[in-house]
Every structure is written in C-alpha cells, then in structure tokens.
Design a protein around this ligand. Sequence first.
Ligand SMILES: [Zn+2]
Length: 287
Amino acid sequence: MMTDQLQRFLFDDFDIRGEIANADNSFNEIIKNHDYPLEVANLMGELLVATTLLTAMLKFEGKIAVQLQGDGPLKMVVINADQNLQVRGTARVKGETAGLSFSQLVGNGHMMITISPDDGERYQGIVDLSKDSLSACLENYFDQSEQLPTRVILHADSEGKAQAAGLLIQTLPSTGDNHENDFQHVCALAHTVKADELYELTQEELLHRLYHQETVRLFEKQAIAFKCSCSKDRCLSSLASITPEEILGILNERGAIEMHCEYCASDYRFEVNDLQILLGDTHNQQH
Ligand SMILES: [Zn+2]
C-alpha cells in the first residue's frame, strides 16, 4: 500500500499549480470500524482526498472542516484536517443508499468549507451541490466564488482494499497572453489519468506520465495521517456543560456514563470515581 502523502507542484513555464494526494491508509482508518454503505464510504474517500487538497487554503496553523448536509439518505458527512494533514471523518446515514448517485445520496443540500486558523478569524465558504459529482461541485465553487479556474479529479474505492487518491490543477494569478491555452493543455492531460494510475503509480511516476514534456517543480511531500482528537479529557470537559445533578442522575440510573466517538469509534466509560472533579460538592453532600 502506498504511503499517504500530498505532493504539491508548480509548472515552471505556466502560472499553474497542482497537487496529488494519496490517502489509502487514512481512508481505511476512517471507514474500518463503521458499517458505512459502499456508496457512502466511497464518497467519504473522495471527500477525504478533496479535504487534503483543500488544506492549501490553510495559510496559517489551523483546521479545515469540509461538511456536506442534505435531505437525502446521506444526512451528513464531514472530514476534518489540520495544517499537518492529520485527518478524521464521520458520516450519518438514514435510509437505503444502494446504487444511488452523488446527487441522490445528498438530495437538496450544501457543502460548507470552514477554515479555522488557530489565531484569527474563521472563514466559511458555501459550495453549491447542484452538479452531479463532488469534484464538479468543487470546480464550480472555485470558478464562481474564488474566480480561480480549477480542475479536481477524485477517486475512491472501498471495496476490498481501501483506495483513495486525487489530483488538483489550479490557475495562479497570471498576466500571460497564452494562459488560458496553457491551462486547457495542462487540464486536458490531467483528464487522461485513470483511477488505477492515481492509486498505483508513485506521485513522481504519475507526474512523469502526464507532464514529462513540461518542467514541473516539486515541493516537499507532506505525510497524511489519520488522527482523532477525542480523549478522556475532552469527554470530561464536554460533561462539564451539564450540571452535577444531571450527571448524578445518569450515574444512579445506569451506573456509568458512556460516550462514543463517532469519528474513531472509541468508547469511553466514566464511573462515579472518574467524575469526582465534576461532581464536587454535590457528590460529597450525598455521603
Ligand atoms: Zn475519536
């Protein structure tokens, strides 16, 4: 299995940048402890790859979340990533999804790109989902909202070995007379790539296969890795938002408070001894 990584590149002779992402292992981690239907898992793989490609929008340390919501059987799907390309994701499904297309899965809905710098203001972009694939919706978003002509190729396959990979080509601000033709040329070549080539070729092999006639400058590769940010401490701080009386009520009824992470499927269990800090005086009064 190929290592999960993101390769950014620039064309020396054109005002165009590009990125290739391979994310098989992270994709496998995101779906492995869940029972997602095939269509949903595949879309999660595409969204995972898209999100890693979109981390270029993170100009500072921070996080990006790409979330789709709609009234189709796929109620919600989200992928989170940070500037170090640590990723996780989850989805909520209700109803039959077998054989459904992208548009049928999502129904009427929208996609939100939320960028939260560690320091600074949050940015939200709304992606219209009227096109018939995730990649077409993203291309439309970049064309319309960002005025940055972009081509996005996404492939994911969760049958058997999980595979997910993608390619993005994007215009840079240009004054060149021939820029539009250059962009068409680079995109036409990008569109000759097949899913298996994206899955199986190394990123260098793929770039050579597509652009051996151009001068392509490679940036340092970045590793993509699955990592969930849930923890015992985070569970405890979310429990701090309910009153000690309510916590005691649950403990009396069930003997423990159980919490489940929808992202990594970890289970957390807190008994009365684990909750002393939150219960404080309330608990002591009962002794
Ligand atoms: Zn988790």
